[in-house]
Ligand binder design. Structure first.
Ligand SMILES: NC(=O)c1ccc[n+]([C@@H]2O[C@H](COP(=O)([O-])OP(=O)(O)OC[C@H]3O[C@@H](n4cnc5c(N)ncnc54)[C@H](OP(=O)(O)O)[C@@H]3O)[C@@H](O)[C@H]2O)c1
Length: 307
């Protein structure tokens, strides 16, 4: 992972809108980053082969709850993984939308959720978004709100529908991968042209990212990113991309953050395959954590490997 550049290094101080971060959180967060990069115990964190990372010192209840939320990522980083470990998050309204019909999503979720997103980015090797999110939001996908390393920025655009002018491809703040089906990668390279940014953007051509019917196969992207040495993947949105990963069984964990807002109609949040019988509906192991006014549902989607 690329270390944060000095001029970008954010302070641990709580950002505006966040008043309930305990005073011991900054130190614990920095030790979690240390554990993630070195796999060595720290004054507050211990590790054992049986139970992974654990708090070895006394912390406030809120810091301990935040540690529990990120522990699966620390455990996955230390585990000998045969394939990448994938966490997704989706912030949606009570009625299941991530944005209005015009694409306005500022802001479905509150400041705590934004901070949570940047923490997930900092703990992972790659942050992945769908082409729709890049087209509408033009995001930077950096870790500017928290201290921590910058992951690879990955845009999933199987049919190469983007024009190559988005910030993530051209701002030079961090390396980026534009992931396309092999049949469309040439088109993406032409649109990118010569880049003079300090960090390069590369088009990653993936065989079979689109199947014969034109449906995308996220598991192919996961495998291709794994071959590039990217082991911890964070799928940040939007709704279609997270739902496609879910449907393909490509997620280890999902953070579904529900905001107390009603949108009525718009861009859909999580969509899952339908079932006729209640008994057949998946009921993943779940726990909750309040993020300001929002409620995070932490869903464990696999029964094996690091939880
Ligand atoms: N609340 C959150 O957690 C969160 C997170 C991220 C984004 N968002 C919001 O989610 C919305 C986007 O999500 P989404 O589900 O629509 O898409 P998405 O998952 O980001 O991307 C996949 C979809 O975008 C389509 N697409 C590809 N290129 C496009 C282009 N140039 N213009 C428009 N669409 C294009 C894709 O088409 P193909 O079928 O060809 O692949 C696919 O249907 C945005 O409004 C964003 O603000 C919310």
């Amino acid at each position: 992972m690329t270390p944060p550049r000095p001029q970008d290094a954010p302070s641990c101080a709580a950002p505006p809108g966040i008043t309930d971060l305990p005073s011991d959180w900054s130190s614990l967060w920095l030790q979690m980053l240390q554990a993630a990069s070195s796999s060595h115990a720290t004054p507050l964190l211990t590790h054992s082969a049986d139970s992974g990372w654990a708090l070895g010192g006394i912390c406030s209840a809120r810091s301990a709850a935040l540690f529990d939320l990120y522990k699966p990522l620390l455990d996955a980083r230390t585990a000998p993984l045969a394939a990448p470990w994938v966490v997704a998050q989706l912030g949606q309204s009570l009625d299941g939308f991530v944005a209005t019909a015009t694409g306005d999503s500022y802001y479905v979720n509150g400041a705590h959720c934004l901070l949570h997103l940047h923490r997930l980015r900092a703990l992972c090797d790659a942050v992945i978004v769908g082409a729709g999110t890049v087209a509408i939001d033009n995001p930077q996908l950096t870790t500017r709100r928290v201290p921590g390393p910058q992951p690879m920025r990955v845009v999933l655009d199987p049919a190469a529908r983007l024009d190559g002018q988005s910030r993530v491809f051209r701002d030079g703040q961090a390396p980026s991968l534009w992931v396309c089906d092999a049949r469309h990668a040439h088109q993406a390279r032409l649109r990118l042209g010569d880049l003079k940014a300090p960090h390069t953007t590369e088009v990653l051509a993936v065989d079979g990212l689109l199947d014969a019917t034109g449906a995308s196969r996220p598991e192919r992207a996961v495998a291709a990113l794994g071959q590039r040495g990217l082991r911890l993947l964070f799928v940040e949105g939007g709704g279609m991309t997270v739902s496609r990963f879910f449907k393909a069984g490509a997620l280890d964990r999902l953070h579904l953050v529900v905001a107390p807002v009603l949108i009525g109609n718009g861009r859909r949040g999580l969509q899952v395959p339908a079932h006729d019988v209640m008994a057949d509906c998946p009921r993943p192991r779940a726990r909750t954590l309040a993020l300001g006014e929002d409620m995070l549902w932490d869903l464990a989607l696999r029964s094996h490997g690091p939880q």
